[in-house]
Design a protein around this ligand. Sequence first.
Ligand code: HEC
Length: 182
Amino acid sequence: MKKNNSLYLGLILIIAGIIGIFGTSYLTPRWTGMENKMDFRSMNSRQQHFFRQEMMKDGWSKRKFSSNGQRIYYRAVSSSKKSIKATIGTMEMPSLMMSCVSCHGENGQGGTVQMMMGSFKAPNITYKELTKEENPPYTDKLIKRAITKGIDADGKRLEPPMPKWSMSDKDLNDLVDYLKTL
Ligand code: HEC
């Protein structure tokens, strides 16, 4: 009897192990090696959903936006449907995968961010903080340069994972206006 029990236990553990292995590989997004490009489209819909939840954090669940700037901050999507792209290092991130809120938080105050690639600190990007009289403060123009070219107010390079963003001028203006409300 005892022998039988441990046999069953062994079987259950093996089955659980198999489910574990397949379950995780099913859920974990696939990274294609080629030039660090992540092939979002080759993921199945569950993997995409999992990834968005993981990357977008609170942003993903928000569905109503009070302005175009807020929509971009949360979803990296413009009301005008014009494309918005993020590039981290040489890696172009698929749209919808991450946005400002994923790293800088709902209140723009940043902090320690946990993502699949590890944890890192994201700075406070509220307008008030960025334009503080410190060496040298950001202007609207310099904030836009930081967002699109990845250069800070000092002229220093902003390091990954801060992406370089490409979006229309109007979208960029709307986004900076939104930072002013945080
Ligand atoms: C994947 C995480 C991530 C995302 C997404 C992200 N950022 Fe950042 N951001 C960072 C990190 C990390 C830094 C700091 C980089 C450094 O200091 O080298 C940063 C720096 C900045 C800075 C400069 C702050 C300073 O003190 O000089 C601005 C402005 C900024 N981000 C705005 C944005 C905006 C606007 C968006 C959305 C369009 C965005 N970021 C999306 C991670 C992110």
